[in-house]
Design a protein around this ligand. Structure first.
Ligand SMILES: [Zn+2]
Length: 325
């Protein structure tokens, strides 16, 4: 049951949350193989669960309640730790010094750089974070394994009734680890998923709904960013599917450190090798400039220091000849 609840947590949307909880309840309470005692206990659990976690104000604990945004308070806790460690030193301050410390803290923080505010997801995660290289490598490897056009289904957003995000320009469906490799094309899985994404009434049981939910992943494109609804992606992190699509659509350049790892093998320790025969700089384009000409004033046969010329002119000419053409 814990696994089932976890699946609801990451996979449902605001529209499918209530119906899925109902289906889950049905799955356990209508199970005839359970003993009488077990059923009573389950009934009690579901009563508690529904009052505390489904109908109360705390019901937005699933990821899609606020899709692709922060779903924990780790950031705030980090700042709190920072304040204790380097500002208040874990002491309860009297009002006067508290104001002083706050002012000093604001002054210090105002000087830190704010480039992260404007940085997009791709630049922030893929090139500055320590796990960026791993993410890029995984994305590249995933794309190499799913290169065929049958493995990435593209649907224009205007043909789809509803999307998780706003201003979606394109929707992609990609196979998941649970996509069975039998004859059913990915296109059919994608159609089924798009239909039941915000409406699970077509499914009669919880397991049915979950099989469809996990049959493939749906990626929404907003501008140049890709938002995937796989387990990793829905939590607001970049996943290999999004990175793979960035490579495919040319938003991201395939660098040599990403290509240097053989597919399917582990990366060796240490700095990634530079690929041999890899051009790190593009050669300069070959253009022919104007043919340089010497400037002869007066005629080349006459000396500058000719006695016929007054000294002023001689000086003038010398300086002119020195200036670059
Ligand atoms: Zn994904």
């Amino acid at each position: 049951m814990l696994i089932d609840l976890e699946n609801i947590q990451w996979s449902c949307t605001r529209e499918t949350f209530d119906p899925l909880v109902k289906l889950l309840e049905k799955k356990y309470l209508k199970n005839n193989t359970y003993s009488e005692r077990m059923l009573v206990a389950l009934d009690e659990f579901f009563k508690y669960f529904k009052t505390v976690w489904v109908s109360s104000n705390e019901r937005f604990w699933f990821e899609s309640a606020n899709p692709f945004r922060s779903s924990n308070n780790q950031g705030i806790e980090g700042i709190n730790k920072d304040i204790k460690q380097s500002q208040t030193f874990r002491k309860l301050l009297p009002m006067g010094s508290f104001v002083d410390v706050s002012l000093r803290m604001c002054q210090e923080w105002s000087m830190s750089d704010n480039s992260l505010l404007e940085a997009n997801r791709e630049k922030k995660h893929l090139f500055t974070q320590p796990h960026g290289l791993k993410l890029r490598t995984n994305g590249y490897e995933w794309l190499q394994n799913n290169k065929e056009s049958s493995k990435i289904v593209k649907v224009a957003a205007k043909n789809v009734q509803k999307t998780l995000l706003e201003n979606v320009s394109m929707i992609y469906a990609v196979p998941s680890s649970k996509t069975s490799s039998n004859d059913i094309p990915l296109k059919d899985y994608a159609k089924e998923r798009l239909k039941s994404r915000f409406d699970v009434s077509r499914h009669s049981s919880y397991d049915d709904a979950m099989i469809t939910r996990q049959s493939c992943h749906i990626i929404e494109q907003v501008g140049k960013d890709y938002f995937c609804d796989c387990h990793e992606g829905i939590k607001g992190r970049l996943c290999k599917h999004s990175v793979g699509l960035m490579y495919k659509c040319g938003t991201l350049e395939i660098t040599s450190d990403v290509r240097s790892k053989p597919l399917g093998q582990k990366r060796q320790r240490g700095r990634p090798k530079k690929m041999p025969h890899c051009l790190t700089h593009s050669p300069e384009p070959r253009t022919v400039g104007p043919v340089p000409r010497a400037l002869y004033l007066p005629s080349p046969n006459s000396s500058i220091h000719h006695p016929e010329y007054p000294t002023q002119v001689t000086k003038d000419l010398t300086s002119r000849q020195l200036t670059p053409l």
